[in-house]
Design a protein around this ligand. Structure first.
Ligand SMILES: [Zn+2]
Length: 180
């Protein structure tokens, strides 16, 4: 083998090793990290109040609550697909105006569906963070959003009773179910 042949061989070997490393890197990058977004614990809160003809509706009854314990034998429960809809938006600890969000892409109608409160959306006006929003029910729920829903005829002054960020913070800290 001549010197030139030898250096060619070394060069090719090096190039191959380099390519192999590069490919390995690319493949590792492409493999989705084991559902990193799904396993990432989502947990945030928002507030809401509903008025029907100037009367505030009370959602603090146990029938509106999500009672699934988050911890089973001190370990986080395996994610249960059937609970995914409920995880999107639910209430805890008989607090009827702070929504807990524990799954991706929640919209406001998820909350009312999950607490089995039938709302005729055509007869409602929704305000999110003091702004009147068309089809509020289809709006995503974002951290510390504050929703006010008017059903029927209501005094606009009631908007002042919207849930504040401070209130959401204190109430959500109380949560014994999933709180953190
Ligand atoms: Zn919570």
């Amino acid at each position: 083998m001549t010197r030139i042949q030898m250096s060619k061989l070394i060069l090719i070997s090096l190039a191959s090793i380099g390519a192999l490393f590069y490919l390995t890197f690319v493949v590792i990058k492409l493999i989705p990290k084991k559902s990193s977004t799904q396993n990432e614990k989502i947990h945030y809160h928002a507030g809401f109040v509903v008025f029907e003809n100037n009367k505030k509706l009370d959602f603090s009854d146990t029938k509106y609550m999500f009672l699934k314990p988050c911890l089973v034998n001190g370990k986080e429960e395996e994610e249960d697909r059937s609970n995914l809809q409920l995880e999107k938006a639910h209430l805890h600890d008989n607090v009827g105006d702070v929504v807990h969000i524990e799954a991706k892409d929640p919209v406001w109608k998820d909350l009312f569906a999950n607490i089995k409160f039938t709302m005729k959306y055509s007869n409602t006006t929704g305000y999110i963070n003091n702004k009147k929003i068309e089809n509020f029910q289809n709006q995503p729920i974002r951290p510390y959003d504050s929703l006010v829903v008017f059903i029927g005829e209501n005094d606009e002054k009631l908007l002042e009773q919207k849930i504040t960020r401070e209130y959401i913070e204190t109430q959500s800290k109380k949560s014994i179910e999933c709180g953190n």
